[in-house]
Design a protein around this ligand. Sequence first.
Ligand code: ZN
Length: 465
Amino acid sequence: MQKVAAYLLERTETLQGLDARRAEGERIRAVVEAWLNKEKGASSSSESGAYAALDGSDARYRVLAESSGDRSWTMFELTEVTADGRRFVASVSVTVGQKSVVLFVTLEVGLTATQVNRIYADPRCPKVVRKLLAEPGTWHHDKSRLRGGISNAEGFDEGEALALEIQNAERSIPFVVVSALDGAPVLRGLDTALAYDLAGLANVYSVDEAASWALTDTLKRPFSCHSGAIRIYWPRFSSQDDPYRHQMWTALRLRRLDGDDQRALERIRGQVRKLIMMASAASVVRPREIDDIRSAAARSEYAALKEKASSLEDFKSLADSYADDNDSLRRALAERSSELEQLRGEVSRLEAEKQGLLFHLGRAKPPSEENDGDIEIEPDLPEQDDEDVRPPNSGEVRFYKKKYSAPTHDVFIRVSDCGHNTWQGATKADKAKKGIARMEGDKQDWRTVQHCSNCTGGGMWRVQW
Ligand SMILES: [Zn+2]
């Protein structure tokens, strides 16, 4: 089996007391059971059984529960096998731990018969995850709060706050930013569609024009997202990152995906969903506490058996159950090893694909090739243009164009000479000077700062350092 998505949702706030954690565990289990009963037609009161899958697959579920002292673990596992031999497993577990209550969900796909093959899978967020996110209270994934739904960043200040969150070293989930063009996403409804698909895995932000300039201002231009572009900001963001790591699609690229906006929207949301789900499958770690609880429960079961055993017969059956457990653990270990092998294969395949993408991006591609049904939609190269990141040398002349007026300073991008030759000294212009200094790592040791009297729309500046 191959994991295709993993969710980790934690309740930590106001769950200091054991009773509070137990009650919360109950509440969450009740939501999962209601989903199993209503949506899947299964009866969660029994430990296992069959249910009617939508596509007529052979569908079964089982419920496992263990506890150890004050801690407990309940897992609901649903397995569907399609007529052509593909197997889908969704497992949803609720763990009441020492400090928190944790929901851990995995989606896996595989084949019933062995073959060397790439399995087509287009996993979706399980409905139960969205249901739980909609419950009152907050959910976290490690240090990050999962917002659920779409968050709006409006105005420069909110954009600046978002940029700071993006830079936060403790952020543990991807942020997906959808920037507006003329007040709306380029593909109408893209922001809400992404928020729907990525619930429980990523936070989705819709940013207006002012907020997107704040992103450019704080994160710098290679990491910007504006004018209708969308961008994924992965955790552990650093301004030293290869900008390509945080994929971006410009408005132009989004528009060209398909002549039909609805189909274009489906294609890009499908790709972003796949990227983020694959990342979750590879990187979300199963909570340690689950295994702690399960092994503690098994140990105390054995201890009880040993306590009761008096005859040779009793000890023989005790030895048998140890042997059985050993067998199933060995099987599980073998499965994990083959999974690991598969994942290694997947990593080298992705590495090769990435190299291919980078190669393609180095060359201009005719737009007609972009609509081929199956090829993945390549992210755009980040905006770098002639803007290098090194500080200016003494004597160097640089040109800056004002793009936005923030409350305390102007936001600029580096451009080339406008060619007017009508430069005028600027003695006041504090906001412009602040903005230029900010762009160049707080350097203020310029010789002259001049303004073009011919350029309109924002303002053009020439600075001799
Ligand atoms: Zn000019």
